[in-house]
Design a protein around this ligand. Structure first.
Ligand SMILES: Nc1nc2c(c(=O)[nH]1)N(C=O)[C@@H](CNc1ccc(C(=O)N[C@@H](CCC(=O)O)C(=O)O)cc1)CN2
Ligand SMILES: Nc1ncnc2c1ncn2[C@@H]1O[C@H](COP(=O)(O)OP(=O)(O)OP(=O)(O)O)[C@@H](O)[C@H]1O
Length: 220
């Protein structure tokens, strides 16, 4: 099996186990993800900063409560919009915003003024750019390797973050059983590592993402 086949086999396996979760497990996961995700943001970025999150759909861990908690705590929250060539753009979330299905992927996207990744990262109008990235994953390993949905959208986005010289803290949301031992997640040079796992049960700092990306202590 080559790397792409290995990744898709692993994705299929993980999606199947996500689909077997009970509704009650999913509901309690939402509260844990909101608590721990908000704690991670508090520990890593200034008050009322701009952060990215995403809306979990289908069998993904639920993140709406986290988005609401972040907004409620005064952070500005950008959610991703898929653009051509597997690029991401962003729309700022606010309560009551409409969602529509993406043209490019089976996900829901907020409807509103589109902000390019470049503008989101650089900021403008006297406001700072994105200060932290909360992103989806299907699996993580303790070295921070991340398996996504297979589009490479976030790998491209994180490559752009690096190219701009921005050193942003990153955390991916997964279920507790989806953080595997170091080396278990297949990855190549294009796969960007993430610094922290946010799970319903807590926060797990992940190793060997450059230490300089992690500023300050992450509460456990
Ligand atoms: N909620 C969410 N939004 C997101 C992402 C994500 O992973 N999750 N993305 C991260 O890049 C981008 C969309 N990328 C995606 C790329 C491929 C598939 C996909 O092929 N999905 C499977 C079904 C997965 C399932 O059963 O859960 C499919 O259609 O077969 C989905 C999203 C931007 N927005
Ligand atoms: N920075 C990049 N530039 C160009 N192609 C890339 C880049 N990053 C990833 N890709 C390509 O995108 C495709 C999907 O990558 P991969 O399977 O790692 O996606 P993923 O991380 O699971 O998805 P996502 O980031 O959307 O959640 C692969 O063909 C990969 O080579």
């Amino acid at each position: 099996m080559d790397l792409a086949e290995l990744k898709s086999a692993l994705r299929a396996q993980l999606w199947e186990s996500r689909r077997s979760l009970a509704a009650s497990d999913i509901a309690s996961a939402a509260a844990g993800i909101a608590d721990h995700g908000l704690a991670w943001i508090h520990a890593n970025v200034p008050q009322s900063a701009l952060v990215t999150a995403y809306l979990g759909v289908g069998s993904e861990p639920p993140t709406l409560a986290l988005i609401e908690a972040l907004h409620g705590a005064g952070y500005r929250v950008l959610l991703p919009v898929c653009l051509p060539e597997r690029q991401l753009g962003w729309v700022e979330w606010h309560p009551g915003i409409d969602f529509a299905r993406s043209r490019y992927a089976p996900v829901q996207e907020p409807v509103g003024p589109l902000i390019s990744s470049e503008d989101a990262l650089r900021g403008g109008d006297g406001r700072p750019g994105v200060a932290a990235v909360l992103l989806p994953a299907t699996a993580l390993d303790t070295d921070g390797r991340r398996l996504g949905q297979g589009g490479g959208y976030y790998d491209r986005f994180l490559a752009r973050v690096d190219a701009l010289g921005a050193r942003l803290p990153t955390a991916a949301v997964v279920y507790d059983g989806e953080v595997f031992t170091a080396g278990a997640v297949p990855a190549d040079r294009l796969d960007r590592r993430v610094g922290t796992a946010v799970t319903p049960g807590g926060l797990r700092p992940l190793g060997s993402v450059a230490d300089d990306v992690r500023s300050g202590e992450i509460p456990r």
